[in-house]
Design a protein around this ligand. Structure first.
Ligand code: PEP
Ligand code: MG
Length: 568
């Protein structure tokens, strides 16, 4: 049995199509007519661009976004500047100049710290291949006509090749390289196609048309599987299907416990495009719109108009359900290239989120104006990230009021009662919850940051990730303080950190009285199912017991045991 890393769950059974990419041999020589050579290169590039645009036009949603990002790189002058220099200044032939020029850019991407950006190196490699195909007049692979139940096996699958696939005929994808963040992995998850990456040596091992089976969760690959193996995998496939069917029952149901305790299961989003998944999974609203993604997806600060359109689109699609938009939460692990923030020793403890907005109100005011104008189109709430003190809420509200006055004087319509809440993601905010609750309309607990600041473990540090745990008694006590603080002032308290969707944690949160659970849309239905199977009375008892415990390991085992017993 071969093995890789499962990145998109599901079972794939079918026949292989192995894509073996041949290296094009490129020789270097000098040309007489540099101008003509440059023209030839530009024509080849233009052809690639036009073909890519044609593919992109047929796409929508995530695929279209991915291809548009690909096109943006393809149109960026920095991609071709070295190639053009090699032709015009040094007189090299277009083929050699393309190879060397594109490889320099590929190397630059590969060395970027940001995992997503470094995964884009394979896009550049793909673009180079396509331009070289044009230069050497080589035909491209046809991926549009694959037979049904094809298991596609490839060294890497470029963004543009992925976009060309007829997904209906694909039963699974196996990639020799790749990562969880590769576009092919993202696409596979979006379309629920089983996928495995990092299957080392797979290209050498397999030929076309071999019968294989794969498990997209475990990363297992079975060549010529036995009947016994097939039966086992089909059983897993049936179970997954049954699970999905079972969950679809919960789309329109309320998020209420067996004994009538009402909560809400709402969605975390990063863009208006996520609204399809939000609606398909029956969200009761949006608990967190991470607005910084609008800023991160752009080459410059998004204008008031661009932001207004994005917020309005989400509000209209939410059809009157509450949409909580978090104001710019940049800094820490989220960088804005065009903002040129200074390098800091400890960025997580540094210049970020509300700290930037209060010191650079001209940036904050643009966003607040866009938000207030959009508030006219639905039930909008504004959430302030990284609040650590009452002064910060007061100062932010002062700015919000200034913008309100400005809009009033210009007779611009907006919701005068728009709610303003805060994230509880810094321990000082949880400790001061009672006081902070008097200054705002709601809380949402951000456990992703709250955990890191409580136990002093950076959230992305793999080496000490065992210490980063939501089961730490100090974290649970801070959550309790936040919820109690909110309830004392009769405001609601939600949670939008990852912990809100963990079934081992939900009983504790219900027991502590959390009002709203906000999470990735794909997780909402199982969370709602879980809440509906709980008794609030029993959860209160569990929360009390957990609060008396002093070890994360014990709390975690207790909750795992509880879930196991529930399943019986
Ligand atoms: C959090 O910190 O829990 C949170 C939801 O915000 P982010 O993950 O965007 O920092
Ligand atoms: Mg956070």
């Amino acid at each position: 049995m071969l093995k890789g890393k499962g990145v998109s769950k599901g079972i794939g059974i079918g026949h292989t199509k192995v894509l073996k990419t041949e290296e094009i041999k490129i020789t270097d020589f000098k040309v007489e007519d540099k101008e003509n050579e440059l023209k030839f290169f530009k024509e080849c590039l233009k052809n690639v661009m036009e073909e890519t645009m044609k593919v992109t036009e047929k796409l929508s949603g995530t695929e279209a976004d991915i291809m548009n990002a690909y096109l943006m790189i393809l149109q960026d002058p920095t991609l071709t500047s070295e190639t053009e220099r090699l032709i015009t200044e040094e007189g090299y032939n277009a083929g050699y100049a393309t190879k060397v020029g594109f490889e320099a850019v590929e190397e630059m991407f590969r060395n970027m710290d940001d995992e997503y950006m470094s995964a884009r190196a394979s896009d550049i490699q793909d673009m180079k291949q396509k331009v070289l195909n044009k230069i050497t007049n080589k035909a491209e692979l046809d991926l549009t006509n694959l037979p049904e139940n094809t298991i596609l096996v490839s060294k890497d699958l470029s963004t543009s090749d992925t976009a060309k696939l007829n997904l209906k005929s694909i039963a699974g994808i196996i990639i020799e390289h790749g990562s969880e963040n590769s576009h092919v992995s993202i696409m596979a998850r979006t379309h629920e196609i089983p996928a495995i990456v990092g299957a080392k040596g797979i290209i050498k091992e397999l030929q076309d048309d071999e019968y294989i089976a794969m498990d997209g969760s475990t990363g297992e690959i079975f060549v010529n599987p036995s009947q016994e193996e097939i039966d086992k995998l089909k059983k897993i496939q049936d179970d997954l299907k049954a699970q999905k069917n079972d969950l679809s029952k919960f789309i329109k149901r309320k998020s209420i416990t067996k004994d009538g305790y009402k909560t809400e299961v709402v969605a975390n989003i990063g863009s208006p495009k996520d609204m399809d998944a939000v609606i398909a999974n029956g969200a009761e609203g949006i608990g967190l719109f991470r607005s910084e993604f609008l800023y991160m997806d752009s080459d410059a600060m998004p204008t008031e108009e661009e932001q207004f359109e994005a917020y309005k689109e989400v509000l209209e699609k939410a059809e009157g359900k509450r949409v909580i938009v978090r104001t710019l939460d940049i800094g820490g692990d989220k960088d804005l290239k065009y903002m040129k923030l200074d390098k800091e020793e400890n960025p997580f403890l540094g210049y970020r989120a509300i700290r930037i907005c209060l010191r650079e109100p001209e940036i904050f005011k643009v966003q607040i104006r866009a938000l207030l104008r959009a508030s006219y189109y639905g039930k909008l709430a504004i959430m302030l990230p990284m609040i650590s003190s009452v002064e910060e809420i007061r100062k932010a509200k002062e700015i919000i009021n200034e913008v309100k006055e400005e809009l009033k004087s210009k007779k611009v319509k907006f919701d005068k009662n728009v709610k303003v809440g805060i994230m509880i993601e810094i321990p000082s905010a949880a400790i001061m919850a009672e006081e902070l609750a008097k200054e705002c309309d709601f809380f949402s607990i951000g456990t992703n940051d709250l955990i890191q600041y409580t136990v002093a473990v950076e959230r992305g540090n793999e080496k000490i990730s065992d210490l980063y745990t939501k089961f730490h008694p100090a974290v649970i006590r801070l959550i309790k303080m936040a919820i109690n603080g909110a309830h004392k002032s009769k405001i609601f308290c939600g949670m939008c950190g990852e912990a809100a969707s963990d079934e081992r944690y939900i009983p504790i949160l219900v027991g502590l009285g959390l009002d709203e659970f906000s999470m990735n849309p794909t997780k909402m239905l199982s969370a709602r199912k879980m809440i509906r199977s709980l008794s609030h009375k029993e959860c209160k008892k569990i929360a009390q017991e957990v609060l008396k415990m002093n070890s994360a390991t014990e709390i975690k085992s207790k909750m795992e045991e509880y879930i196991k017993n529930m399943e019986k």
